[in-house]
Every structure is written in structure tokens, then in C-alpha cells.
Design a protein around this ligand. Structure first.
Ligand code: SF4
Length: 445
């Protein structure tokens, strides 16, 4: 007789996860739940009883990519459930793929699980306990995304995320901290704090305290960050807006409790464009704030993203952005060329910019930022810095500095260094830099 928990009889779910780290966290939650119920995760389409496609619906290009992924899963397997941001456009999905088994929207974990139960019923085994307390993750073992809230109360004119994901819903501090603690205990060396608006954390909970390690911790950005700083792992803050209370985490960075790193999506610098974008904190004097932060934390790295070619952006607005970049000297800056997002208010703004003008501004932005980034990285040559190792092969190791987040920032290459493991934090003597990456040798080997 085959025991119900026998691996050979466990139903298998294939997962395709598209989009941003937030979507990845959603996929991890779904996988965690499925594994807890005894499902296997199938690495290939043909081995799966059903395939779940977690889609992204932010930009039109991401929607097209999501539709292609659904098409591939339909062709290769044929039993497909769609979830994620594109799930709010069920008609569009069904127009192209009428035979998908079910479509659910973002964060509808329960609905997704229910559909999977229908498509591939779970095994029943009350003794199943397959999931470690930290959950199952899609990121490498040594770093993990830590989502502190869902949704967003802002209404940026180019963005439909609040419509897709709803209003800000923060997790109680104790939930976040317990998850972080489990992750650290499981060997995670770096926590990447994410949300749509990290500095707004707790506003919806009226900063209510919850109990962690026998003491109350309020759901307040600076208190949460302080508590995370006691876990003895790298803590990196993403999607922070430059509100005044962010100043308070500088002291934590100066003490070394939190990485000297802030990911702030500025998007532009011209006041009129920021206003048209309806950006949060658009009236803040950001250059003054950056100067004051750097006086407290001299090695603070700031990374950001920008949009060029927003409707109504004049050459003067764009020049304000270039001048601002010159002054702000951000360590990393990504740039997107504006494109309409179905359902966003910005689509109806007057004076959309011609594609060749947008492309030219993108090129000028990137040239300017590469110059700044190369200068800042060249200042690291000759210094000893801490590096977390991400990958090792026979040719050497690849890691990241405290100023670099995985996937989006640069790397530190340690050619010939094979005596390290992913997750090790080593001291490196920096010998060479270009506009994105650093090269060096271990100083503590
Ligand atoms: S802050 Fe703006 S861009 Fe970010 S999710 Fe909220 S509305 Fe969208």
C-alpha cells in the first residue's frame, strides 16, 4: 500500500513567478502553504499536475511577458491557474487563453490555494510537517525579502498598484520580527525590507504595539528597524520615502545596526513633474535632507529610480533632474522611459513626449549617472570593505558590498577566490572599479 505522504503520490505544482520582489514574496507564501499541505513543487512543466503562473501587470511590457508565460504553460502543460497583478484583468487573459482553469488577483492566497485544491486535490496526512518555521523561499539561502506591509495609500499618477493591491495594510511588528528571527535562525545573513512605501509602515495600525521577546514593539518604522537591527544580520531598507522621520534611522546606521543604504524611489527632481506625478514627499527639500544624512552617515549609499519623458516634461525640467543628480551624487540610479500603464491617470495628461526625445533623455541620464557612479566607486579603490558572498565557482567568487542590494546594484568580483561559501561575509581589499562593479582580493583570507 502506498502511504498518502509517499513522495511518489504527492500532487505536484509547477510555479512560474514573474515581476517584482513583492510578487516573489507572494509566490513564496503560496509555496510555503502548498508544501505544508504535502504538495511537491515540480521543476518542469511536464512533471506538474497543475501550473501556477504568478503574473505582473504593472507595465504593458510586463503584461505582455505575463501573457506569454501563460501561453507557454498552456502549451507545455495545459492545466494552468493564473494569479498576481494581471489577474485583475481576467477578461483579457480569457480572451487569449479561454481554457485556463482559474484566474485570481494579487494577494488572494486563499483563493489560489482553493483553486489548486480543486485542480490537484491535496493528500490528507495530519502528521505532515514539511515546512520549516521560516517558510520556503525562492531566493538563495543567505538573503531573504521581508515584506512589512501590503498596498499603498499614495496615488501616484503613473501607477495602478493601489488599485491592484489596495490600501496600506501593515503587518504587526511582532509578526515581522518573528519571521525575521526565524529567517536569521535558518541561516539568512541579509534581510531586505520591502513594501510599497516602507516609511509609511504602521500608519494604518495607528502604530499599535505588539509583543516580541516579552516586550512591546510599536508598528513604527524606526522602532521596527531598531528591533531588526538587534538580530545580528545585515538589514537593508528598500522603498523608503524621504519623510522627516526617516532621519531617525541615521543613528541606527551610524551605530552599524542597519546597513548604510537607502533605496528611495525619487522618480524625478523637477517640482512641477513631481507634482504631476503626485509623488509622496514631493515638497520635501530632498537635497538638504541627503546632505544632513551624509553628515551623520558619511558612507551612506543611496539608490533610486527615475522616470524620464513623463508627460509635460520640458527640457528645463529634465535639466533640473540632471543638475539634481550632479548635486545629489547618488550611488546607484536606475532609469525608466515613461510609458502609459493601462488605467493610470497619467495617460490622460497633456503633452506626451515624443519617443525619440524620451530615448535621448534616457541616454543623457544614464551617461550622467555612470559618470557619478564611476567616480564614487573609484573612491573605494585601496579601501578594505565588507563583502557578502553570493556565488562561488571554480574561477572565483562574486559578492556584494554593504552598498549593493542583490539583483539591482553592482557586484564585487573576487577572481580566483574559491575558499568561501555563499553567505560568508569577508573583508576585501578593493583593487579596481568601473562604473558598476568592484574587483578585489580577500584581506582576511
Ligand atoms: S508610492 Fe506611488 S508608485 Fe509606489 S506603489 Fe504607491 S502609488 Fe504606486
Amino acid at each position: 500500500m502506498v502511504h498518502p505522504s509517499d513522495k511518489a503520490s504527492a500532487p505536484r505544482v509547477g510555479i512560474v513567478s514573474l515581476g517584482c520582489p513583492k510578487a516573489l514574496v507572494d509566490s513564496e507564501r503560496i509555496i510555503t502553504k502548498l508544501r505544508a499541505e504535502g504538495y511537491d513543487i515540480a521543476p518542469t512543466y511536464e512533471n506538474a499536475d497543475v501550473v501556477l503562473v504568478n503574473t505582473c501587470g504593472f507595465l504593458d511590457s510586463a503584461k505582455a511577458e505575463s501573457l506569454d508565460a501563460i501561453g507557454e504553460a498552456m502549451a507545455e502543460n495545459g492545466r494552468v491557474i493564473v494569479t498576481g497583478c494581471l489577474g485583475v484583468e481576467e477578461d483579457r487573459i480569457r480572451a487569449q487563453y479561454p481554457n485556463v482553469l482559474a484566474v485570481t488577483g494579487p494577494h488572494q492566497y486563499e483563493a489560489v490555494i482553493e483553486e489548486i485544491h480543486k485542480a490537484a486535490p491535496p493528500l490528507h496526512d495530519p502528521f505532515l510537517d514539511l515546512v520549516p518555521p521560516e517558510g520556503l523561499r525562492l531566493t538563495p539561502r543567505h538573503y531573504a525579502y521581508l515584506k512589512i506591509s501590503e498596498g499603498c495609500n499614495n496615488r501616484c499618477s503613473f501607477c495602478i498598484i493601489p488599485r491592484l493591491r489596495g490600501r496600506l495594510a501593515s503587518r504587526p511588528a511582532a509578526h515581522v520580527l518573528t519571521e525575521a528571527e526565524h529567517l536569521a535562525a535558518a541561516g539568512v545573513k541579509e534581510l531586505l525590507v520591502i513594501s510599497q512605501d516602507t516609511s509609511a509602515y504602521g500608519l494604518d495600525l495607528k502604530y499599535a504595539a505588539s509583543e516580541w521577546r516579552g516586550a512591546p514593539v510599536s508598528a513604527r518604522f524606526q522602532d521596527l528597524v531598531q528591533a531588526l537591527g538587534t538580530l545580528g544580520v545585515w538589514v537593508r531598507l528598500h522603498y523608503v520615502y524621504p519623510y522627516p522621520h526617516v532621519d531617525q534611522v541615521m543613528a541606527l546606521m551610524a551605530e552599524g545596526l542597519v546597513l548604510p543604504y537607502l533605496d528611495i524611489p525619487f522618480q524625478h527632481a523637477s517640482p512641477s513633474i513631481l507634482k504631476a506625478m503626485r509623488r509622496p514627499a514631493h515638497q520635501e527639500k530632498t537635497l538638504d535632507r541627503i546632505r544632513s544624512w551624509r553628515s551623520q552617515v558619511p558612507d551612506l549609499a543611496i539608490r533610486s529610480t527615475f522616470i524620464v519623458g513623463f508627460p509635460g516634461e520640458t527640457e528645463e525640467d529634465f535639466q533640473i533632474l540632471l543638475d539634481w543628480l550632479e548635486e545629489a551624487r547618488l550611488n546607484r540610479a536606475g532609469c525608466f522611459i515613461y510609458e502609459n500603464v493601462g488605467g493610470a491617470q497619467a495617460n490622460d495628461l497633456p503633452d506626451h513626449i515624443a519617443e525619440d526625445v524620451k530615448a535621448d533623455r534616457y541616454r543623457r541620464f544614464m551617461e550622467k549617472q555612470q559618470e557619478i557612479s564611476a567616480e564614487l566607486l573609484s573612491e573605494k579603490v585601496g579601501k578594505k570593505i565588507n563583502v557578502i558572498i553570493d556565488e562561488v565557482d571554480e574561477e572565483g567568487a562574486i559578492g556584494r558590498s554593504e552598498w549593493d542590494a542583490p539583483e539591482i546594484d553592482g557586484n564585487v568580483f573576487l577572481n580566483g577566490e574559491t575558499d568561501v561559501q555563499p553567505g560568508d561575509i569577508v573583508t576585501v581589499n578593493i583593487e579596481h572599479a568601473d562604473e558598476y562593479d568592484l574587483w578585489g582580493q580577500r584581506a582576511d583570507g
